[in-house]
Design a protein around this ligand. Structure first.
Ligand code: PEP
Length: 269
């Protein structure tokens, strides 16, 4: 069985200017180092606003911090007359490793829909970065009891033309919409069930080798009080964190709890 390195990714949404962002990163790096954080065993990634990415990247490189940088969205096109858009190539040049695609807030407030999500995923893969594809049901689908099918179909809609090599570079964030930014969190069992259903989709479509490599995150009101229980599901490989990623101490606690769970998992293999 492949050993998957968990990821704890902080989605800052539209918070922090570049000065606040660099202050936060310094504090986070200090907190993690002070706690002897195992950076090899768990990946830490921050997704700042576009305006802060460069400052954060320069700081991380200068101080040799082991924190990754990502972006919250990307254009599906590579260049040209697309006022206000940012291309995957531009993000890759800034050292971004991950890009969130299909976040429920972008599906709701911007035209990020199934058609352009596929193109965005392709653009990110072509620029040698890893997409973090967000999927997950609303209350409606949950009430109907079709949440697993719904999330798997969302994954399938995006994945259908991707090769095995591309598929294994995907990260999927299962983020039930009703849990994002609401304080309501999925139970560890339902996070595990969704992660398992998504992994099963990868297994059926691409085989065991790919399905054992793909990292599946949970997102939706994760904090330091629920992270450990959520990590108990063997298919949950870390978190996409929103609100709690705006507090360096809380975020570092989530990172440490994830790392501890990952070590325990490894010991029981
Ligand atoms: C998110 O923005 O992806 C998210 C999960 O937010 P929160 O943790 O605040 O629910």
């Amino acid at each position: 069985m492949a050993q998957r390195i968990p990821v704890v990714a902080g989605n800052w949404k539209m918070n922090f200017d570049h000065l606040e962002a660099t202050y936060f990163i310094q504090k986070l790096a200090w907190l993690l180092r002070d706690a002897h954080f195992d950076f090899k065993g768990t990946e830490i990634v921050i997704m700042p606003s576009f305006t802060s990415i460069r400052s954060v990247q320069v700081l991380i490189e200068a101080e040799k911090m082991r924190i990754g940088v990502g972006a919250q969205t990307v254009s599906e096109t590579s260049d040209g007359a697309f006022t206000g858009d940012i291309s995957a190539q531009m993000l890759a040049r800034l050292g971004c490793k991950y890009v969130i695609i299909g976040h429920s807030e972008r599906r709701k407030y911007h035209p990020e829909d199934d058609a352009n999500i596929v193109d965005k995923v392709r653009a990110v893969l072509a620029a040698d970065m890893n997409p973090i594809l967000c999927v997950g049901e609303s209350f409606e689908e949950r009430k109907q009891g079709i949440e697993l099918e719904y999330a798997v179909n969302q994954v399938h809609d995006v994945m259908r033309d991707l090769s095995d090599k591309e598929a294994q570079r995907m990260l999927i964030a299962y983020e039930p919409i009703w849990a994002v930014g609401t304080g309501m969190v999925a139970t560890p069992q339902s996070a595990q069930d969704a992660a398992n259903a998504i992994r099963d989709y990868f297994k059926k479509t691409y085989g065991t080798d790919v399905s054992e490599k793909v990292r599946i995150l949970y997102g939706g009101s994760v904090n330091a009080s629920n992270a450990q229980a959520l990590m108990e599901g063997p298919d949950v490989d870390g978190f996409l964190v929103g609100g709690a990623a705006l507090d360096a101490e809380e975020f570092s606690r989530i990172a440490r709890l994830t790392s501890r769970s990952a070590r325990r998992r490894l010991a029981h293999r």
